[in-house]
Design a protein around this ligand. Structure first.
Ligand code: UTP
Length: 299
């Protein structure tokens, strides 16, 4: 991979979000809020912080809400301006800051994450790019996870995949990498397997939804046969990529919340509320009184 700064970020958001039905019948999963921002906004902010100026959203024809959210809201802006609500005006204008381009590509059928990424081929062209799955929310006090990864990609010229240590009994829920001798923050990936049973897993290093990949991945995705559930798996194409281009596993600084699950979304809401400059105190009190009221006693 060429050692260069990534500029383009792909957000595959065309999934059906079945785990959040019935809410996701009309509200895309990526539009579910954590405190005051939808999940997609956290991922977009992280990509922009990492240096990306072109954001590619892979949506489906039912998900107008994502495109609407990033569109300019003229009427609302005028009303806020007239009412002198400068702070709120700033908030909605900063959804997409100046100089950032948003491109929307439709995935005609939900044929899997790999297929969704392939839909970005023409827009990304011949340069390394990032993929962010917005339901993996990463909370960090310092640099965001993608910025940490982009710095490493730029310095090394390698592909980079975010990983975190998970308990061995959870390997069935993740892509798992084999990175022999992995210690500290970075290790070269030798193999990757999708959702292995604990006794088949090569490690407990689980893939998190942040990737920096070379454009070679598109040709490999075109050759990837449909796997489990008739879907084209990104993991299968990455497994082929490992044979032609170096890819590193990267243990980022930060806490990841799996907002594709109910508990993960609740956990993220609690954490962001407790870390919020205005809400932290009242949120703490509210949680305490809920625990008291329900008779939950500390042991
Ligand atoms: P998930 O496996 O989380 O699927 O997709 P999902 O449809 O979003 O949610 P559940 O499991 O039904 O609740 C991982 C990522 O890949 C995207 C999703 O939008 C999500 O960001 N994706 C998945 C697509 O863009 N297209 C697809 O065909 C499948």
């Amino acid at each position: 991979m060429r050692a260069q700064r990534i500029r383009k970020a792909v957000f595959p958001v065309a999934g059906l979000g079945t785990r959040f039905l019935p809410a996701t019948k009309t509200v895309p999963k990526e539009m579910l809020p954590i405190v005051d921002k939808p999940l997609i906004q956290y991922a977009v902010d992280e990509a922009i912080e990492a240096g990306c100026d072109t954001l590619v959203f892979i949506t489906n024809r039912y998900k107008h809400a994502v495109a609407d959210y990033f569109d300019k809201a003229y009427e609302l802006e005028q009303k806020l301006e007239k009412a002198g609500k400068a702070q709120q005006l700033e908030l909605i204008r900063n959804v997409l800051p100046p100089g950032i381009t948003a491109i929307f590509v439709t995935q005609p059928e939900a044929l899997g994450l790999g297929h969704a990424v392939l839909c970005a081929k023409e827009v990304v062209g011949d340069e390394p790019f990032a993929i962010l799955l917005p339901d993996d929310l990463i909370w960090s006090r310092g640099d965001g996870a993608l910025k940490q990864m982009a710095d490493h990609a730029e310095a090394s010229g390698h592909g980079v995949i975010a990983v975190q240590d998970v308990p061995l009994e959870q390997t069935r829920s993740y892509g798992i990498v084999d990175a022999p001798g992995f210690e500290g923050q970075v290790g070269r990936i030798k193999a990757i397997v999708e959702k292995p049973a604990p006794d088949q897993a090569p490690s407990n290093l689980a893939v998190v939804g942040r990737y920096i990949l070379p454009p070679t991945i598109f040709g490999l995705l075109e050759k990837t046969p449909r796997g489990a559930g008739g879907e084209i798996q990104l993991t299968d194409a990455i497994a082929m990529l490992l044979g032609v281009s170096p890819v590193d596993a990267f243990r980022f600084h930060g806490t990841r919340f799996d907002c594709g699950t109910h508990l993960g979304l609740i956990e993220a809401t609690v954490r962001y509320a407790l870390d919020h400059e205005l809400l932290s105190g009242p949120a703490r009190e509210m949680m305490q009184s809920a625990l008291d009221e329900l008779g939950v006693v500390e042991t």
